[in-house]
Design a protein around this ligand. Sequence first.
Ligand code: SAH
Length: 466
Amino acid sequence: MPEKNKIYRTKIDTINHLGYGVCRIDGIVCFVKGGVTGDVLDVKVIKCNKNYLIGKIENLIEKSCHREEQSCPVYKSCGGCSFRHISYKHELELKKSFVEAEFKKANIDVKVNDVVSTGVTERYRNKAQYPVNFDNKIGFYAERTHNVCENADCILQPKEFSTIINIIKNHINNYGIKGYDEQSGKGLLRHIYIRQGKITGEINVCLVINGQALPHSDELIEELKTIKGLKGVCLNVNTKNTNVILGEKYITLYGNEYIEDILCGLKFRISPASFYQVNHDCAELLYNKAAELVKMGECKNITDLYCGTGTIGLCVASQIENCKLTGVEIVPEAIENAKINMQLNNIENAEFICADSSDTSNNILKNTDVVILDPPRKGITKELAEKISESKVNRIVYISCSPDTLARDVKWFIELGYTCGDVTPFDMFPRTGHVETVILLSRKDVHERIKFDLNIEELNRTSQSK
Ligand code: SAH
């Protein structure tokens, strides 16, 4: 058994989704921060747990070919990027292996395709939520803490976001406005939430406050108006002692309470309370793949569960003649956006319902040919899987940001008589440990019927040619 504070020579086998090198010391798994696949290292064991060890690099003996210079000055203290120290090629290989591992763990035999990527790994985000602390530090939480790590210009975000942060920082310092202290619950400014439409350039700035008003907001707005693309400034009121960033109430201080953007050739209106994929260009690749899967068979009635502002459903419906789209989403603002988005794009045969998608007591799935599922990280419920199956839905296009819950849910669908196609991962979040995936599930009896129909055709053809 390895001992604490002892140094061991070891080779790193792989990297986990948190960016830790993984190796074995005397057969026990050891996680080494900064270790890269192929590195030969002297590792000091700093923690011995029951089933694993934590190690620290003492000496780099042989450097892995996957190592890359870190292009960010605060990479080590900021918790945002797990993979900034390795080549992007290796990051994509790892992400594919993470997805494969989850399906293997769930005992599902499935082909995982190579990870689809836009190839862009910097400034791809269109949204940031910066915490502000009691020292008026604005930045991101350092790994596994709530210590704010400042970064003059995060290279995952648009350049304009850094300028906005500087303006707000000067404003709060000039007027003696205090950032929020999580311990005492005192202080006004909690978070700065910014969104930018990738194609339109429209920007919305939302200040999350522990109060009802921001002092000298008119002066702040004048300053912010110098930012190109600024369309609106709003407050979000969050007076609760909670880790949840946003409260329920929004107050528009200037301009629109939403931004608009173009995605897959359609126009979308998005409010701060509504979900919008953070990587616009990768979202287009993903939604086009989803549309391709939806169109693989009969799709007269499509139900988009967890539909947000209707992005996927409307993108898909705009490509299909005579289909009926039903979208279901729990956030009322997102449903309001979705109803407007349908009009903005002249899509008529659609309906958006504000409801819990996991509610199995309604009739929403009746006559549905294809269900699009795009739930939050926790995935769906077994009851919803059963309801989808009972409703004789032919195909399910399942998009997920969490491969472990995806594999669990796919297992349920397999048990309920569905067959799964290939899994395609998408690199929606380059340099971080997250990966998005899409998979098509088809009812087995439909598969068999298609086969049967083909056989009849075959027979007819053979008999005709006789
Ligand atoms: N498909 C959309 C949104 C996906 S994110 C898009 O691509 O833009 C997941 C969405 O599920 C969020 O909008 C979230 O508000 C919504 N959601 C979370 N729990 C839900 C539930 N129980 N019922 C319906 N929608 C839910």
